[in-house]
Design a binder for this molecule. Structure first.
Ligand code: SF4
Length: 509
């Protein structure tokens, strides 16, 4: 029985025993025997977190020739406004018209919550189909209809014969999970159930009579690699991965971002799939392996010198190209290290704090150590089994130990930590960056889809940006004088983890 036989995917708390509340150190995490995190009831006080709808929309927004119908309160779509610019820029970078995301809402109100939203949903689907004619319509189930029990699958089943768009239910209710990465499974679920099996070539005769075309097709499949993309990877990062694959005579099938739904079946025709972030892809890659026999590689994110080398070695080993990989890595690393020499004096002994999603936070810390930084601390948005290898690699990289905080946002803990640790630079998402910036710490984006982060090029570009930022830190110093965070001065004197419950049931303080 596969997860994909179910109406909706499980939450990651259940599937991967993922958790969001822990404090420890890198050596402690690397050497522990059991995960000490608690799945629920983990903080006595929490601030707002991340709804899984946010990363789910970031994925769905990019699908070509499709529309999104948010079935729920109109406010659920608020994050889609901010993501629109990324979608437009992403389309333009791929040579497509820079179109706005097409998303709509059933805008359920108090009456609908009492009497049900199924009629409104049916009417909205028909109107979108006749007005916009999308190839695919993703009907997103949010908290309100999940609570009131709308039969979204039933509505879709009844209406599908009357509309031209292919309809897909995406179960993405925010209250279901505290692990925002569940969003990836929520989107992959309908792709796996509805779209990957739509192979038009299956209807064609097996024998074409064109032997050359058959040989070419066979060659293409044997050299095609599904490179799983994440929303934090822009076109510039895809080009760096394509450059690496091309040197091994392999072609990249980037998936799922900016894919065309009617072409998604191609992901079932590759020689192998490789993840670019273990947090992101395991749900679909296991499905591709089980149902379509596509082997998969899930190990690390190609960020930093060591991890990029590992990513290449893993792929090369699958194709029997180990010797070629070693030559490639040696040459690229030598060139990169020579180019990085100019930054060494500026980075040596500087202390960095990293805050991001699970794998990205740890591989970025590894990259910073390679550049000569010391790590002051790391915040990771959640923990699951895929982080264990990164803990061990980081612990082995230096003889320093430093704090690791597992937290789904919780900026009050972050502000407290930053005030105490006083790093020279902070790398994080925009929310953490604003916290750091107001405390006078120079802040650098840990992802921006217009900038390079991945591969050897990414290492150099990150170094170049950090160098520029550390050359003049006046902006943040001045900002901290004139702007303050909303916390009382007394909070900074408290234990940053005062409200956190570790295993055993006791809070830190
Ligand atoms: S938590 Fe629920 S109601 Fe809030 S944005 Fe997410 S899906 Fe919508």
């Amino acid at each position: 029985m596969s997860y994909f036989d179910e109406k909706e995917p499980p939450k990651r708390e259940d599937r991967l025993q993922a958790c969001i509340a822990h404090h420890g150190t890198i050596c402690g995490l690397a050497n522990r025997k059991n995960c000490k995190c608690m799945n629920d009831g983990d903080r006595l006080f929490t601030q707002g977190s991340i709804c899984q709808l946010l990363p789910a929309l970031a994925m769905m927004d990019s699908f070509a020739d499709s529309a999104i119908l948010l079935h729920g309160a109109v406010g659920c779509g608020s994050c889609a406004h901010a993501q629109n610019a990324v979608t437009k820029a992403g389309n333009a970078a791929r040579g497509r018209p820079a179109k706005d995301t097409l998303w709509l809402s059933t805008a359920l109100d108090e009456t609908d919550v009492i009497s049900g939203g199924e009629v409104k949903l049916g009417a909205a689907i028909r109107e979108i189909d006749s007005r916009y004619r999308p190839g695919d319509l993703f009907v997103v189930v949010t908290c309100a209809p999940a609570l009131t029990g709308d039969d979204v699958d039933g509505v879709i089943r009844n209406i599908q014969p009357q509309v031209s768009a292919r309809l897909h239910a995406v179960y993405c209710q925010g209250f279901k999970t505290k692990i925002w990465a569940t969003a990836y499974d929520s989107v992959y679920h309908p792709l796996g159930r509805d779209l990957l099996g739509l192979d038009p070539e299956e209807d064609e005769p097996v024998f074409t009579g064109d032997e050359l075309a058959d040989i070419k097709d066979e060659y293409r499949r044997k050299h095609a690699v599904n490179v799983m993309t994440v929303s934090s990877m822009g076109r510039v990062d895809e080009l760096e991965l394509q450059r690496i694959l091309s040197s091994f005579n392999l072609t990249a099938n980037f998936f799922p971002l900016f894919a065309r739904p009617e072409e998604m079946y191609r992901v079932t025709q590759a020689a192998v799939s490789i993840s670019t972030c273990p947090t992101h892809d395991d749900y679909l890659l296991d499905h591709l392996k089980e149902k379509y026999g596509i082997p998969c590689i899930i190990s690390t994110m190609p960020i930093g010198i060591e991890n990029t080398g590992q990513w290449i070695r893993d792929l090369a080993t699958f194709f029997g190209l180990e010797a070629q990989a070693e030559r490639f890595i040696e040459q690229e690393t030598a060139e990169l290290k020579s180019a990085l020499k100019q930054f060494e004096p500026a980075f040596s002994g500087k202390r960095a704090f990293v805050s991001a999603g699970e794998i990205r936070s740890f591989v970025t810390a590894g990259l910073l150590i390679e550049l000569g930084f010391e790590i002051a601390g790391i915040r990771s948005f959640h923990h699951d089994e895929y982080a264990d290898a990164e803990y061990r690699k980081l612990a082995a990289k230096t003889d320093q130990d430093y704090v690791v905080n597992i937290a789904n946002a919780q900026p009050f803990e972050e502000a407290n930590l930053l005030r105490k640790l006083k790093p020279d630079i902070f790398l994080g998402h925009w929310n953490g960056n604003s916290t750091a910036a107001k405390l006078g710490v120079p802040a650098s984006v840990i992802y921006n889809t217009g900038l390079n982060f991945i591969g050897y090029k990414g290492v150099f570009e990150i170094a170049r940006r950090l160098y520029k930022q550390l050359t003049n830190t006046a902006y943040n110093r001045k900002l901290s004088v004139h702007v303050r965070l909303p916390y009382a001065e007394s909070w900074y004197g408290e234990d940053a983890f005062k409200y956190l419950r570790q295993a055993g049931g006791e809070a830190s303080a």
